[in-house]
Structure formats: structure tokens, C-alpha cells
Design a protein around this ligand. Sequence first.
Ligand code: TYM
Length: 335
Amino acid sequence: MARIFSGVQPTGNLHLGNYLGAIRNFVNLQKGNECIYCVVDLHAVTVWQEPKNLICNTREVAAAFIAAGVDPKKSIIFNQSAVSAHTTLSWVLNCVVRVGWLNRMTQFKEKAGKNRENASVGLYVYPALMAADILAYFATHVPVGDDQKQHLELTRDIAQKFNNDYDVDFFPIVEPLILEDAARVMSLRDGRQKMSKSDPSDNARINITDDADTIAKKIRRAKTDSEPVPDGSQSLGTVATRPEAFNLIDIFCALTECSRTEIMSEFGGKPFSEFKPALADAAITSLGPVGTEMRHLLNDPAEIDRVLADGANRARSISEPIIKEVHGIMGFLNP
Ligand code: TYM
């Protein structure tokens, strides 16, 4: 049995990329594995969060997990700040990770932008906290979208360095679980940018909570080009020349679990005005029930809080003994 760990930031606007790239896989992985799913509120505050919004967004991510099919009786659902192992271990790992390694993290460069001097130190050491999330549970497998791949490679390096430095075989070396078909869902407005919670245009993403009309409208307005749907031949373009067209095809593939070849043989050569309604139907069929269930769950915030409290207790019972062992290995006196 593998131990699965993953996290989602409560920064609002959960979208189709989060669902297809990560949350949907959380559900499937429950079969035969021990799963721990975390609402990573400590990661969220590496950029400013309005406290009232953070509370709502934390419950919203927990509700999304449950609405998508994560069973809180079987899997652990909790928020990161409720379990002190994360911050305790992240300090230890801050002392293991090298500045040079963090300097290579592309997500920091993207998020800090041109004004690096003004970015929080938390944003810079974000990947060490992420490594702590995973290693505090001895997790072996981590389902994520493609954008987290570099952070997981760093987690492996950190675990390896800790084991080498202290001459122990302690932390496991994690395996990323990145599903090919939806590893990188792109923006509906620009096929070269990933779909993101922070895109200022709401039309660039499909939010998990969008209703059927909004989903259909966003897909109708999604950027394409003047060519018909690609049919697999070079004459109708490639992913590199038609990123928006292939993004819509890939979203269709992920939603329907069909291959690109199947989709292109059905729609190839047809105008996008014929393809888009079919894509909208697939998105509504897949996301609609999740959004409805989320709204229903969010009507009872006390119940969500109960799930999170129970999850935090169970998370503590796994991570606390691991942290004790870390302290012992490092020579921290515990009188
Ligand atoms: P976050 O909150 O940005 O995103 C949550 C999950 O959604 C995936 N994702 C996407 N997948 C496909 N296409 C997209 N356009 C897209 N956008 C986001 C992300 O890859 C992620 O799996 N650092 C993490 C949170 C985290 C974590 C962890 C994950 C903290 N600790 C430990 C795994 C294990 C993050 O910012 O995800």
C-alpha cells in the first residue's frame, strides 16, 4: 500500500486545471492506498491573503475534495496550519536545502516577477515547506500537475541530502504522479499560458463552481484560430503552431478519457462552432455535479470544520512520531 500526499492552496478560484490535473486523481488513488490531502494555508500566505477570504477559501478547497469524491472517513483531509509538524520540519529542511537549489526554482521566479527584492522570504523557501509536507508523513507518491514537477525533484534531493548528511536511510524518495492527459491545462485566452487561479481574466479559466451557463459561455468564447479542428495531419497544424486548438482537444480528452486520435477523427476538419458545444457538454457533465455538491457542503461550514479537525488529529498521529525521530537523528535534546 502506497502512502499518497498532496496539497492545494486555498487561494480562491479553484479551476478545471486543479480538478483535472490533481483533485480528480486524489479520488481514484483512494483505492488500495492511504491518502492524505491537505489544504495548504501556510503556502497560501507566502503572498498576501485577506484573513476572512482565507477562512472561506480553506473550507472551499476541503469542500471541493469531498464533492469530487474524496471520502473523509477513509482519507485524511486537513488544513496545514493545524498540524505543527509542517513548520517544525520545514525549518529543519531550510537548513538542508542550499540557496543555489532554491535559486533554480522557476515558480519563484514567475511568482516574484521583476520585484524580487519585495517578495516574501516565505515565497522563496516555499519548496522546503512543500518537501516538509510530504516527508513529515513518509509519503511515497504525490499526485500533482506538471507545474509542481520541479518542486518534487527538489523534495527528492532534500530527502537524499538529509539521509546522506546524517548517514541514515530515513526519508523515502518520493515519486511524482503526473497524469499525462491533463498535466497542464492551458488558459482559454492564451494557449501558451497555464490555466491559473491568479489570471485577472475570469474567462481564461473554468472555475469548479461555475454553473452550466457560465461554462458553456466561457467555452464558446475560448480563443481559437480561423482553421477548423485539427485532424492529425500537418496541414491542419501542430501543438506548437495551434496551442489554443490543441488545448481544447486535450481538455476534451481529459474530460471524456478519449485519446487525441479519437477526438480528431470525430471532429477533425469541422469548424470549432461544432466542436465547442460538445466540449461544453463534457465539461458540464463532469464539473456540474462537483460544483453543486460543493455549494451544498458549504451551506454547513461547521460540518466541514469537523472533517478538518478530525483529519488534523489523524495527521498529527502520523507526523508527530516522525518529527520525534528527526529530532533524535539530529541531536536535539528532549529533556
Ligand atoms: P496549487 O494550489 O497551485 O494547485 C493545486 C494542484 O493543481 C495543479 N494545477 C494544474 N494542473 C494542470 N493544469 C493546470 N493549469 C494546473 N494548475 C494547477 C497543481 O499542479 C497542483 O497539483 N505547491 C502546490 C501545493 C502543495 C503541494 C504540497 C502539492 C503544497 N504542498 C505537497 C503536493 C504535495 C501548489 O501550489 O498547488
